[in-house]
Structure formats: structure tokens, C-alpha cells
Write a protein that binds this ligand. Structure first.
Ligand code: AMP
Length: 214
């Protein structure tokens, strides 16, 4: 199992788990949100196109997102496997992913759907801060940095994403229900989906995911 998608609502812990799962499988991890934020910080055309959607918590249009992710997938180094975090988020994106893989490296091995109650997601997102340099995530309530406002790993300042503020959080959760939740049925239909409980210690969730992938 080395071509894996992690899906789940915003705040469920996909990002944290995705990088650990990628290490475990010894493959690269692609977080579409990180790719967009990278474009945004470099002020590329793609970043400027994505900005207005990201700030309010809406999805970037499919054609833009699919173009960016296809470019990443088609790099030779990813042919042995990958973990995708945050892509696909619509049925159109899922079908595009199937097409790219069927024309190249073969189909997905597994889709892990991480689930948690909505009240938990809102608490997590509103307390979430991220390192400006290494992107390590913190939660001011449950896992604050050792020194206030400073990353434990690289000492850089931590910040709150614009779209983790309350209006955008509400919008992102609505968008998830409307546009991404239908993917559950899509992947159940193809026999690829496994649901994993996202409530609990990070290590517990990671172990459960690793067991699924063994
Ligand atoms: P994330 O870091 O995964 O929460 O993504 C942050 C934002 O980037 C989302 O709210 C969207 O605006 C945009 N984004 C990330 N991945 C996708 C995707 N697969 N499709 C459309 N927009 C996306």
C-alpha cells in the first residue's frame, strides 16, 4: 500500500497524520493547501488566483487545483507512491485523479477517512497555530509550544492561518459537507475507503492508520 489518500473535515488531523504516514511508507506527502500557500507566499499567478477563495474558506476551482496537483503527481519521484492530504475534495477532482493514475503509475491503494465530531473540529481549528517556517502545527489549548508564540523545533514564530478564524472555519465546514463528504460514497463504491476515529492521541490515531495500511 503506497498510494494513499487521507480525507476528513478541516481540523480532523489530516495534516499531522499525513506527514507521519508518508514517513512510515517512505513516500512523499502532498498537501494541496500547503502547495497553494507556497504559491501565495511567492505571489505566483496560481497563488493570486487561489487567494480570494482561500481567504474565505471556499474551494479553489477544480481546473486550477487539478492542474497544480497533476503537475506534482507527474514528477517521476512520486511514481513509487505518495500520501495525498486535502486532495481530492470534489468528485470532479477524484475522477481526475483516477485518470492521471490510470495513465501512469496505477490506481490508488487506500483512502483513509478520518472522522471526529463537529464540536471537536471547531475547538481544534480555532486554537490551531502553525510555525511560520517549518509548518509544525500547535494547538494553544491541547498542545501549546514550550515557549509562548515560538516553534519548539526551529524557534520561528507561530501564527494563526486567516482561514482558521471563525467565519472562515464555519464556511470551510459547510463546504466540506456539501462538496467533499460525497467522496465518501464514491470511495466506498470503489472498495477503497476505511474509516478511522480521529478522536484520541495523535499516536493512537497514527497506529490505527498504520494497521490499516499494513
Ligand atoms: P487546507 O490547508 O487543506 O485546509 O486548505 C486550505 C485552503 O486551500 C482550502 O480552504 C481551499 O481554499 C484550498 N484548497 C486546498 N486543497 C484544495 C482542493 N483539493 N480543492 C480546492 N481547494 C483546495
Amino acid at each position: 500500500m503506497n498510494k494513499v489518500v487521507l480525507m476528513g473535515a478541516p481540523g480532523v488531523g489530516k495534516g499531522t497524520q499525513a506527514s507521519q504516514v508518508a514517513k512510515y511508507l517512505d513516500v512523499n506527502c502532498m498537501a494541496s493547501g500547503d502547495l497553494f500557500r507556497d504559491h501565495l507566499s511567492r505571489e505566483t499567478d496560481l497563488g493570486l488566483q487561489a487567494k480570494s477563495y482561500m481567504t474565505v474558506g471556499e474551494l479553489v476551482p477544480d481546473e486550477v487545483t487539478i492542474g497544480m496537483v497533476t503537475q506534482w503527481l507527474n514528477k517521476g519521484e512520486h511514481s513509487k507512491g505518495f500520501v495525498l492530504d486535502g486532495f481530492p475534495r470534489t468528485i470532479v477532482q477524484a475522477k481526475a485523479l483516477d485518470n492521471v493514475l490510470n495513465n501512469g503509475t496505477g490506481s490508488l491503494d487506500r483512502v483513509i477517512h478520518i472522522v471526529a465530531p463537529i464540536s471537536e473540529l471547531i475547538t481544534r481549528l480555532s486554537g490551531r497555530y502553525i510555525c511560520t517556517k517549518c509548518q509544525k502545527p500547535y494547538n494553544l489549548v491541547s498542545s501549546p509550544p514550550l515557549i509562548e508564540n515560538q516553534c519548539d523545533e526551529c524557534n520561528a514564530p507561530i501564527y494563526q492561518r486567516d482561514d482558521d478564524r471563525s467565519d472562515a472555519v464555519k464556511k470551510r465546514l459547510e463546504v466540506y459537507e456539501e462538496q467533499t463528504a460525497p467522496l465518501v460514497e464514491y470511495y466506498v463504491g470503489s472498495g477503497l475507503l476505511t474509516e478511522v476515529d480521529g478522536v484520541g492521541e495523535i499516536d493512537e490515531v497514527r497506529t490505527t492508520i498504520q494497521e490499516v495500511l499494513e
